[in-house]
Design a protein around this ligand. Structure first.
Ligand SMILES: *Cc1c(COP(=O)(O)O)cnc(C)c1O
Length: 385
């Protein structure tokens, strides 16, 4: 590849009409009809039939016993962590290669993110390295794992299924079991992604989804907590709806609750979007296939494909530059964006952000390397036609 940025622009332009966004929502199904129904009936806010239906539809689709709709994915993760037992002053193991919301949700619980490394095979948590790290870094106090250095309890592990690609959950779950650490899956990006045939977000004690505007389906803003535990599900619903005791007219509350419920208006959009999901997934696979062929045999760059054990939703497609080409990344970003092709680097690793750069962390050299090599390319489902 003599001039990689010129070459990549030409390749992408051969299959995409410009200008093209990174990921765009479309509302071609029952969205307007359902939202109109909310407005016409007056049920736009905190209660309504679409909230119940959306939760039921999500549970059915993911195979989770319960789904609790929330105002956004960050709020869902905060409450999920709390329900997994995360308390102020504790540490939560999370990848450094993730959207900042993962760490923010930990902070909102009063806990500290403890950053661990990612692997190239999945772009998610490197479970082998995590195992070795836990063995060296933790000590058990009455059966409970603590960070030897800080003395703080390790309260949970949060894997994130990066750009929709599942991490190796079997290995992670057995590690969690070995260390008595609950797993809470940040499946914000992986609605429609399956690990060995089972939906992501349903493996840990709890999991969360996001329906922000850039995700595979959107409710405008929204999220959900997934769990198979009935008690946890009930408490999640209770806490996210101001912990109001059910009564026809009395207003009484029994916890410091949150106003984190998803409005009916947004749930209406979600019900209609969820009807489109199978079609979106099909189109996104077609687009991924197109990209895969386009970049086959190209020197210096590889189109990232799902790990063997996974069926991914291909939420955001990834071009992975070879390490020798990492220095070309910014030139590629510059020329694709100037040519109407919206592309983006991975997030700045969280341990380098000012509010998180003093947090405990493992060796993060793979994360730092990967961040220099990832380029997200246009991924809207309708591009797969
Ligand atoms: C989108 C996202 C979230 C949550 O996002 P909200 O915008 O709060 O719905 C959390 N984690 C990851 C990795 C995400 O991509």
């Amino acid at each position: 590849m003599t001039n990689p940025s010129k070459f990549i622009v030409e390749k992408l332009k051969s299959v995409l009409a410009t200008p093209v966004a990174l990921h765009e929502p479309r509302f071609l199904g029952n969205e307007l009809e359902y939202v109109k129904e909310c407005i016409e009936t007056g049920w736009v806010s905190s209660v309504g039939k679409f909230v119940d239906r959306f939760e039921q539809d999500l549970a059915n689709y993911t195979g989770s016993s319960y789904a609790v709709a929330c105002v956004n994915g960050t709020a869902a993760l905060q409450v999920a962590l709390k329900l997994a037992g995360v308390c102020p002053g504790e540490e939560v193991l999370i990848p450094s290669l993730t959207f900042v919301a993962t760490a923010n949700a930990v902070s909102h619980c009063g806990a500290t993110p403890h950053f661990v490394d990612c692997e190239e095979a999945t772009l998610g948590l490197d479970v082998n390295q995590l195992g070795a790290y836990l063995a060296q870094m933790t000590e058990k106090r009455s059966g409970v794992p603590h960070n030897k250095k800080t003395g703080k309890r390790l309260a949970a592990i949060v894997p994130m299924h990066t750009f929709g690609h599942p991490v190796d959950l079997d290995a992670l779950l057995s590690l969690g079991q070995e260390y008595n650490l609950p797993v809470v899956e940040d499946a914000a990006e992986s609605l429609g992604s399956f690990y060995k045939g089972k939906h992501t977000g349903t493996f840990g004690k709890l999991g969360i989804l996001s329906f922000n505007g850039n995700k595979i389906i959107t409710t405008g803003g929204g999220g959900a907590i997934l769990t198979n535990d009935e008690k946890i599900a009930k408490l999640a619903k209770h806490l996210t709806t101001t912990a109001k005791k059910p009564h026809r007219w009395e207003f009484s509350h029994d916890h410091v609750g949150y106003n984190y419920r998803l409005p009916n208006l947004n749930a209406a959009l979600g019900c209609a979007q969820l009807e489109q999901l199978p079609d979106y997934l099909k189109k996104k696979r077609q687009l991924a296939q197109k990209y895969c062929e386009l970049f086959q045999g190209v020197e210096g760059v590889r189109f990232f494909t799902e790990p063997d054990f996974a069926k991914s939703n291909y939420w955001l497609n990834v071009l992975l530059l070879d390490p020798e080409y990492a220095s070309e990344r910014d030139a590629i970003l510059e020329s694709t964006n100037s040519n109407g092709l919206m592309t983006r680097p991975a997030w700045q690793p969280l341990h380098t952000l000012p509010m998180y750069n003093n947090c405990p962390r493992a060796d993060l050299s793979k994360t730092e390397g990967l961040c220099q090599r990832i380029i997200n390319i246009p991924s809207s489902p309708f591009l797969g036609n």
